[in-house]
Ligand binder design. Sequence first.
Ligand code: SF4
Length: 591
Amino acid sequence: MSRRNKTKQPNRDTVTFTEKDFLPTTRADMDARGWDYCDVILVSGDAYIDSPFIGIAMVGRMLEKLGYKVGMIGQPDIKSPDDIMRLGEPKVYWGVSGGSVDSMVSNYTATKKFRNSDDYTPGGKNTKRPDRALSVYCNLIRQHFKNTVPLVLGGIEASLRRVTHYDYWSNKLRKPILFDSKADVLVYGMGETAIEQLTSAIAKGEDYKNIRGICYISKEANEDYHQLPSHAECLEEKEKYIDLFDLFYDNNDPIAANGLCQAVDSRYLIQNPPGEHLNEDAMDANSDLPFTRELHPHHAKEGKVKCLETIKFSIMTHQGCWGECNFCAIGVHQGRTIRTRSEGNILKEANDFNKYKDYKGIISDVGGPTANMYGYECNKKEKLGTCAHQRCVDATHLCQSMKPDHSRNINLLRQVREVPGVRKAFVASGVRYDLITADKEHGYAYLKEMVKHHISGQMKVAPEHTQQHVLELMGKPGKQTLVDFKKLYDKLNEEEGKKQFLTYYLIAAHPGCTDKDMHELKDFTTNELQMNPEQAQVFTPTPGTYSAVMYYTEMNPKTREKIFVEKDTKRKEKQKQIVVKKESYASGFAS
Ligand code: SF4
């Protein structure tokens, strides 16, 4: 333990959690609370992990605080009625989520091989999450509860598949998930305000069709909303699908967006404008909910869940990301405006870790979707919402209205280090190095702070590629920014007398990328970076992303020009092998 913290011994009255500290997941849990029924039953593709990092646990705790009786069924057995029926039928609705990751992304690799492991399943074996979990769970509920209360979809699988979308695993455009799953309503995005309003409306028997942040199916079009190309038009013409995605992507901001309407067969998918973002007080209030940060004991007998190794003692400082990497769905799901928690609330959470017996003073992560977006935003965006035809950052520029300022983040990290009991607080979330080099006033100090205190031997960065035309399709910064950053990183390590490395995340077979591009990338990593990349992955076309649109249409969505797209599985793997092949190079300092 550091000298500093020797004088700041924490109060170590530790706690042990039992079933009563969780939301009920068995009939015995309900009996212990004296409940005959639940108002809402949440069903998820993950085991019940009671953590603020797990969306469905957050929804459950929010509703509990509002006074609803909430039950939770994690990973129900789909071949038997036992799990889905064990809490009875809810009075208000069923909330159904595929889990923390889209079930197809979770179950299959980029080359469509089945994944054997699952970080959200007790014991770690991938045996509990069905493909297309939302539709499977909705069928399971309807099979065992005829004419039941509404089925409400939520979570990332629902959010990214809410309009016509490209599905890599069936290699086709699929209808909005409400049509496939036959659920009644869908809450998209983070959904905090929508969930609260929707639950209240359904419980009171009120009309919920005007609530922001939801989708539903209607017999009539909504003429006031933007009209998306119909599902049939998208199937017929690839450019129509790009038109659809442009409108979908640009109407995702609570301040700037209009609603959307899409004809699907003889009915319409209606998407109301997004729900309001939470302010700092509301973000803090949600973080204060009484999470146990544990797996429910009902599951624990089957083993541990791997995800808790990283999330149990991690702190989420903010939501949202405006990085707009085209292969990533976070901006679409969480929104492109940063919502921060207050410093006091974050420090309180760090202090609360002391009540856990297994806390060793190590915070695994103090971060968010992009760690160094904490604490500043574009003033214009905060007033008028995200810009429809302009990006805050892309491969060639940072918008002048966005002024990266790491000062608040630096102060936060300094204060976290001072919390009693903290021996080390890592920043393991991704960092945008282009924002560090762009922040002339505090970027250097931030990186210094990171190098000195917050990385464990290596810092992970995600250039993803080095070829400009590929980077532009990815929406990532140019390679010169990486070179500048590396110089700064090496210099700081030298000053601090540390030998810490950079680990580079790279993507093979992204739309636009050829074998030749991978050879050029390999030359760069060997000669400029003097390293052999290990963290290279084959591109996965995730639903709800521009890169998936490129993969399907084989066009640059911006220019509508044709682009090369590697679609052969073996050749994709070959692209990866080009860059991970071991090469010898003159040994250099730090990376
Ligand atoms: S003005 Fe620039 S930084 Fe602000 S939202 Fe628009 S693109 Fe982003």
